[in-house]
Design a protein around this ligand. Structure first.
Ligand code: ADP
Ligand code: MG
Length: 400
């Protein structure tokens, strides 16, 4: 894979596919980690006199402009981080994009509006995607792929566009891939994996590969309930993926056969209602044993015994990969499980990798020093698919 050092960028229009998909509360960015992560690549290009055209997706708009998914707040924040003005185009490939890019001088930066305001970006139809990629290509001379959080997507700006322009990987992608590669090679043991979060079906797949690699797998968050149910416990109205129970049972069986330790919650915080994340009104959860969840309640965080258990299982780790919060950390009553795992990572001497958009945001929002972790990945799905051993379209395109 070429790096930006291999490109002659001075005076050239350089398209940087970034991942500025940051969490927003209205127009306020609640965690700018992804913007900060790509800023060094952009700053380097600026320094070398490139005319930098940054593009990203944000959220899941339906192929048409939708103000709630505008990247305008990201342009302001990127400008603050770079310490220079970032021009903002109010469309992606239309008049505003054309004139904004045409107005760029050497060492100047523009951000295009959300790529997903165009159906071509995510289209499953190769021709439609290609046509959109050609429109994007018209705005640039060179391509730099640095949106690690999107490299697992076969999207126009990630997969098709690099084929149309001389291309290289940005520094963020180079770093992310370097760290993940380390996790697939010789790791310091015990290698402990912590999985949680809400995207249960997206995350079960990685266990297949991790069963061959990890020594211990700790399960929390929403996926814990599919495991508890598979073990024959009732889980009330908790997140549950019933159709995945056979898969989960197979994992448990294989883990036992190969000596991989699977650890499930022993107690959980439950409530009849999902908490109000806006008002953060007290949720008054009850604490129950993991095999005694009432029928009308849902599990929303791991309990204190589980926190202690997981901390102990992490204490002697040599390597840790953590993806997915242990509970609904956005509410203070359900943040303690996630906090405990973050603290346990910091207390261990392990090489620690945190993956997942929400997990990374959780670490920062809950007040931990992000520099104290070995690596905080900007890509959840992307890092999981890498560890699953899949070919990532955006990385394959950069290799070509
Ligand atoms: P990541 O972005 O780190 O990969 P996910 O997107 O899979 O993580 O999941 C993050 C979300 O999971 C958070 O918004 C959190 O509130 C939610 N979550 C965690 N535990 C539970 C649970 N037990 N029930 C419902 N949602 C949960
Ligand atoms: Mg997420």
């Amino acid at each position: 894979m070429k790096t930006i050092e291999d490109l002659d960028v001075a005076g050239k229009r350089v398209f940087v596919r970034a991942d500025l998909n940051v969490p927003l509360d209205g127009t306020t960015i609640t965690d700018d980690g992804r913007i900060r992560a790509v800023a060094p690549t952009i700053a380097k290009l600026v320094e070398r006199g490139a005319r930098v055209v940054v593009a990203s997706h944000l959220g899941r708009p339906k192929g048409a402009p939708d103000p709630q998914f505008s990247l305008a707040p990201a342009a302001v924040r990127l400008g603050e981080i770079l310490g220079k003005n970032v021009a903002f185009a109010t469309d992606t490939v239309g008049e505003s994009a054309e004139s904004t890019v045409a107005a760029l001088g050497d060492g100047e930066v523009a951000l295009l509006e959300n790529l997903r305001f165009n159906t071509g970006e995510t289209s499953k139809d190769d021709a439609e995607r290609k046509a959109f990629a050609e429109q994007l290509a018209a705005l640039a001379d060179l391509y730099v792929g640095d949106g690690f959080g999107a490299v697992h997507r076969k999207h126009a700006s990630v997969y098709d566009l690099p084929g149309l322009l001389p291309h290289a990987a940005g520094d963020l992608i180079a770093t992310e891939v370097g760290v993940l590669k380390k996790l697939t090679e010789e790791v310091a043991r015990p290698y402990v994996v912590v999985l949680g979060g809400a995207k249960v079906s997206d995350k079960l797949g990685v266990i297949d590969n991790l069963l061959k690699k990890a020594d211990r797998i700790l399960i929390g968050g929403g996926m814990a309930y599919t495991f508890l149910k598979a073990k024959g416990h009732e889980v009330g109205i908790s997140l549950l993926q019933e159709d995945q129970i056979p898969v989960v049972l197979d994992y448990l069986k294989r883990a036992e056969a190969t000596g991989v330790e699977f650890v499930l919650p022993v107690d959980v915080l439950v409530s009849a209602e999902f908490p109000d994340l806006k008002t953060k009104a007290p949720a008054n959860p009850s604490l129950v044993a993991a095999d005694a969840i009432p029928a009308d309640q849902e599990g929303l965080d791991i309990g204190p015994k589980t926190r202690e258990l997981y901390a102990a299982k992490l204490a002697d780790a040599g390597t840790v990969f953590w993806n997915g919060p242990m509970g609904v950390f956005e509410h203070p009553d359900y943040a303690n499980g996630t906090k405990a795992v973050a603290q346990a990572l910091l207390d261990s001497d392990a090489f620690t990798v945190v993956g997942g958009g929400d997990s990374a945001a959780a670490v920062r929002i809950l007040g931990f020093d992000e520099n104290a972790f070995g690596h905080i990945s900007t890509g959840g799905g992307a890092s999981l698919e890498y560890l699953e051993g899949k070919t990532l379209p955006g990385l394959a395109a950069l290799e070509g």
